[in-house]
Design a protein around this ligand. Sequence first.
Ligand code: ZN
Length: 436
Amino acid sequence: MPAPAAEALPWEEQRRLDDDAYRSQLVYLFERSPFYRDKLPAAGVGSAAEAGGLDRLAELPLTDKQELRASVTDAQPIGSHLCAEPSEIVRIYSTSGTTGTPSYIPLTASDLDNWITGSARSYGASGVTAGQRIVSTYNAGPFVAGAALASFDRIGLCHIPVGTGNSERLVNAIQLLRPQAAVLTPSYAAYLVEWAAERGVDLAESSVERVLVAGEPGGGEPAFRAAVERGWGARVTEAMGIGDIGVSLWGECEHQDGMHLGARGFVHAELIDPGGGTPLPIEHGGSGELVLTHLRQRAAPLLRFRTRDHVEVRTAPCPCGRTGPRIRCIGRTDDMLIVRGVNLFPSAVREVVNGFAPRVSGHIQVRPQMPGVKQDPPLPVAVELARDGGPDAELAAEIAGRLRETLVVQTAVELVPFGTLQRSEYKSKLVEPIAR
Ligand SMILES: [Zn+2]
């Protein structure tokens, strides 16, 4: 499916437009944002003019989620980065609060419209088209995912919401209403394949041609993706957003080589070294923590916001014609472990283990032995056997060997029976929380 004109604009031209938008955003922040009116001068930047354009963005300080939280008071429950008058705000989402109390994300009418535009591009890249049916499984409720659901209307899809936690209702809807697409977390997409097989339902025979996954990393891991594609008989593409910045900012096209920036023109992306915060170039093959800056946000705009998502970048031209840079999320920097100096993402372990399908089920759990990021080898990893698999010392050794070769990390692989590790209708926990 060819890219619409706005997404095929040469990137240099986009960059020029973004530079103008960024300069206006800075003027707005100096006028309206108590948070940045403190933060920027404290970093030696006294005005928008002094800050310059996008080419000097990396000189500005990064913004951390903790700083925003610290600015919350009873009188200002949103935080001091709120710029808009109450009368301008049309929606207030909350984050799911995985790290504590929820934080509030306000939007003006134009913010909401921009979010939906970006999200519609990201999901539209998957190839779904007006007139098709899509079944969704998100209990979006207070969460920003609600804006993603609105993007289905924008694309012109017939949206069939069935919510989370009722696989029977979902499979019935698929069988009776025959949607061409389904949107769900990658964990749930994988779980449903098993769930359906246990009940004699072959999802691969269903009407679903496209499975759109979002909400956690995984949809882009080749072996995991291949397993889900086999189970559903459908093409799997992924999308990704970040609550404080925007919903489904990124979306993969049919070429499945990373997610394009659907929110181009609304958001500017940078890469940093998660350790020291040093800027890294956005270039083909680069990787690091994703940092995002709003370009046209009104209610609570953020500058150089640390997403904690560790991504790989691709900038080689994509056959779809979309010129936006592409990323693949490897994992949250918070999930990263360091084993004898080697950075390890649990999703990378799953990807290697999935190479042993059909002897393994695809479910894994990394079981750190010490609190904190640094772990001594061997790192225990539970690997679930396939449905009919039994004890197999050779397989365990083979998996540990491949993990060592591929990820340069020494593990102690324990094979566990099928069904032992927790399935999720939402998001998987690939790391066992350590008992304290
Ligand atoms: Zn593409």
